[in-house]
Design a protein around this ligand. Sequence first.
Ligand SMILES: NC(=O)c1ncn([C@@H]2O[C@H](COP(=O)(O)O)[C@@H](O)[C@H]2O)c1NC=O
Length: 522
Amino acid sequence: MQALLSVSDKTGIVEFAQALHALGVKLLSTGGTARLLADRGLPVTEVSEVTGFPEMLDGRVKTLHPRIHGGLLARRDLPEHMAALNAHGIGTIDLLIVNLYPFKQATARPDCTLEDAIENIDIGGPAMLRAAAKNWQDVAVVIDPADYERVLAELKAGGIERSTKFMLARKVFAHTAAYDGMIANYLSSLEEGAELATAQVPQRREYPSVLTLQLHKAQDMRYGENPHQSAAFYRDAEPVPGSLAHYRQLQGKELSYNNIADADAAWECVKTFDAPACVIIKHANPCGVAVGASAAEAYAKAFKTDSTSAFGGIIAFNQPLDAAAAELVAKQFVEVIIAPAYTPDALAVFQAKQNVRLLEVPLARDANPYDLKRVGGGVLVQSADAKNVTADELRVVTAKQPTPEQMQDLLFAWKVAKFVKSNAIVFCAGGMTLGVGAGQMSRIDSARIASIKAANAGLSLQGSAVASDAFFPFRDGLDVVADAGATCVIQPGGSVRDDEVIAAANERGIAMVFTGTRHFRH
Ligand SMILES: NC(=O)c1ncn([C@@H]2O[C@H](COP(=O)(O)O)[C@@H](O)[C@H]2O)c1NC=O
């Protein structure tokens, strides 16, 4: 048996080659890889000895030769193929271990010139990979050091399984597709004229003219948003730390499409708080959000906002869930709980409620690089709404200044409003939501609904803070929240009628701050 080893990422390659040698496998290799193996005392034949050609053109041509590609592509079951190899004195290559020039790492460097990028496009590697993967029935092809162990174990047990060879081949074509996609994304992101100055770091557009994405299926789903729709969940190749895609399901029924969508909304919202927080989501909107001294207190406050809507909700915590919080939550019907960890006592509480889905997601606050939204015949792409307004960015526009407590409530309300579908109106006080008006076509209706919901929950809005995700276009919306009892308002500002709205706030004795940032959410 003959193996060809040619790797840029040399992780584990020496140990793997040693094990292959011990099994009697003959080792062929390219320049740098061959030197490393020879230095470790392994008998290795350089590819250049086989091809009769030195590696040429700064490594651009090493393995691109019929003596290599013949050995990879010949079908062992076709006598004519084997006769052709014999006639030309070509030996078969039965195992190929290749990983490619690090194009991604190279182009991520801020000083990467176009020339550097081009030199990091691997040509011979993908050619061999595709050849071996096409001939998967006869050649096992390994691109991922994580597969070395499995391949070795099977070789030791008598030979690489057919199913393993097919799995490895499929992995190759996904990998070369992603690799070429990355190159296409890079080259199509270059500004006009980049080709005139290849020794310089090229200017790049944020949105390339060709966008290639590769997503990996995490799971099939029983159905989509509705039972007559089919669905699956796909993950990014490298999901950002702290994103929902890192979930580990500890118990409960299978996750549904809506569960994942709502869990994501809950998790993204709860992550924005530093204090122990709880977010209850229904149909992608928060129906209760609160901070407290503990997870249990945060939950109890969040539940009070709208205990009717909380039924069957998705509940997220930014703290490990302990028994005290678990016991409270277990009293209500809950679909999914998300937390960075669960104490053993908390898990014990849900032992008797095996249908409840418990998700553990490591906490980190990195934002997704891009948001994607399907529209008819295309996809809208935008940067994620990662903006978190801080106190020093706020501008007080009324005669009345907010008190420090009001300022806290305003910032809390603003954080929540960012996660409420537009038009969003959120009344808050004391670190909890009191009334949420979501998804209305008119801002004034959202304001009315938020105050009706607070009244339904028996929560007073006297002295409350209110957030509006976008500016009030007229004074009428402000009058509704003032009539309801709000004494301070946070909103982006920027309306042509800001003066009218500020005058109304002054007239009603309200403190109002502008964020200068809008948080539409659709
Ligand atoms: N040109 C070729 O014929 C060729 N054959 C293999 N390579 C790549 O060369 C790298 C290994 O080189 P070395 O063994 O010299 O460190 C691998 O990433 C492999 O994919 C090549 N390089 C680039 O195209």
